[in-house]
Design a protein around this ligand. Structure first.
Ligand SMILES: C[S@@+](CC[C@H](N)C(=O)[O-])C[C@H]1O[C@@H](n2cnc3c(N)ncnc32)[C@H](O)[C@@H]1O
Length: 365
């Protein structure tokens, strides 16, 4: 069962960062635009237009009708049951944004990007796009200034409750969130685990268990548990079956602020702690430390972005704003990570390079 995991490596602010190769300025800033101050600002403002069109393209399911080959706006409008002229204008915008191809005859064709936006396409990232452009995650960005002024998240200001309380009270939003998170990791995340030995791993805050499922598939004979909110793990059995690891994986309902199950040699907390402020992140880590108990050989693995220092462009500095305005969380430097871990009773092994998604290893002290 090669590659039971369907995604191929788009990352997201909710998950902590936006691209796998952090080699220069933040990914939303084209290098050429940096030389033209007015052009740069207008380009950034126009990203809104592109995203609005791409979201419509995805919601209308247009990509699904391009699998058979190129088609005109009229063909596609017939297929999805909308007005051809209005759809054509949206498609032209999507093509201008580089997500579709359009030829001189007005025929549209899938690119690798739009192919990834098909329903159920292998390696797809449709749900990530839908989640990131959903009003739940879009509207707080309209009022980041509120958060800066008051310290209250723009999310709570808008929706009257913290993000996860709101999300988990809504089955449809919950399902979209968990599907999107299941699309978040590409080969570069799994590469972080090359050479990482474990017997029994607990993926704490592991969502639907899709990462755990693929990790176990790549590590025959190993066992694991995904520990998360009941709605998040509702799809775990399906993920485990799809990856052929149902006999080695379990899903356990857990609140990482209260208790996580003991008895694992490796505890993984991936792309979750950035959702929380320092006191809450330490509380979650202390819960893991309690589960570790006196097993000095156990390990805590944190997979998160490690922020680059001042003056270094870093996509984490963009997702940090989402963490602040939506969740009251934050992206962190290596010094931050070691301080939080020390407060919870863990000491680091090694020091990673900043500016990218990284696997951080800690031992209990
Ligand atoms: C940003 S998602 C990351 C999911 C997954 N680890 C990944 O890397 O794709 C954060 C996860 O933390 C979970 N979470 C939030 N609060 C939690 C809590 N109190 N106890 C357990 N899990 C929690 C969410 O349900 C969600 O699955």
């Amino acid at each position: 069962m090669p590659g039971c995991r369907r995604s191929r490596g788009v990352e997201t602010a909710m998950g902590g960062e936006q691209q796998s190769e952090n080699t220069g300025p933040a990914p939303v800033l084209p290098r050429a635009a940096l030389a033209d101050p007015r052009g740069l600002v207008l380009h950034l403002a126009a990203v809104k237009w592109a995203l609005g069109a791409i979201r419509a393209f995805v919601r209308l399911g247009v990509a699904d009708h391009l699998v058979a080959g190129p088609a005109t706006a009229a063909d596609l409008a017939r297929a999805v049951g909308v007005d051809a002229s209005r759809l054509g204008r949206v498609l032209a915008a999507v093509a201008t944004a580089g997500v579709l191809d359009e030829d001189a005859g007005g025929r549209f064709a899938l690119t690798p990007a739009s192919d990834g936006l098909r329903t159920g396409g292998a390696g797809g990232f449709r749900d990530i796009l839908l989640l990131l452009t959903d009003p739940l995650l879009w509207r707080p960005h309209e009022d980041v200034a509120h958060t800066v002024r008051t310290g209250q998240t723009a999310f709570e200001h808008l929706y009257g409750e913290p993000f996860y309380d709101h999300l988990r009270a809504d089955d449809a939003a919950s399902a979209l969130f968990d599907r999107a998170m299941a699309q978040i990791d590409g080969p570069e995340t799994f590469a972080l685990f090359d050479g990482v030995e474990f017997r029994r791993i607990a993926d704490v805050g592991g969502g639907r268990g899709s990462f755990l499922a693929e990790l176990l598939r790549r590590n025959p004979g190993r066992e694991g548990a995904v520990c998360d909110h009941p709605l998040a793990i509702a799809g775990a059995a399906e993920e485990f079956r799809r990856c052929g690891v149902a006999d080695r994986a379990v899903a356990i309902e857990a609140d990482f602020f209260r208790a996580v199950p003991p008895g694992f040699d490796t505890y993984l907390v991936k792309r979750s702690l950035q959702n929380w402020d320092d006191p809450a992140a330490v509380r979650a880590l202390r819960t893991v430390r309690a589960a570790v108990g006196d097993d000095a050989g156990a390990r805590l693995l944190i997979v998160n972005h490690v922020l680059a220092g001042p003056g270094v462009p870093d996509p984490g500095k963009l997702s940090d704003v989402e963490m602040m305005a939506v969740l009251g969380g934050r992206e962190r430097t290596w010094a931050d990570w070691t301080r939080l871990a020390a407060d919870a009773g863990f000491a680091p092994r090694g020091e990673p390079a900043p500016g990218r998604l990284t696997l951080l290893t800690f031992r209990p002290t």
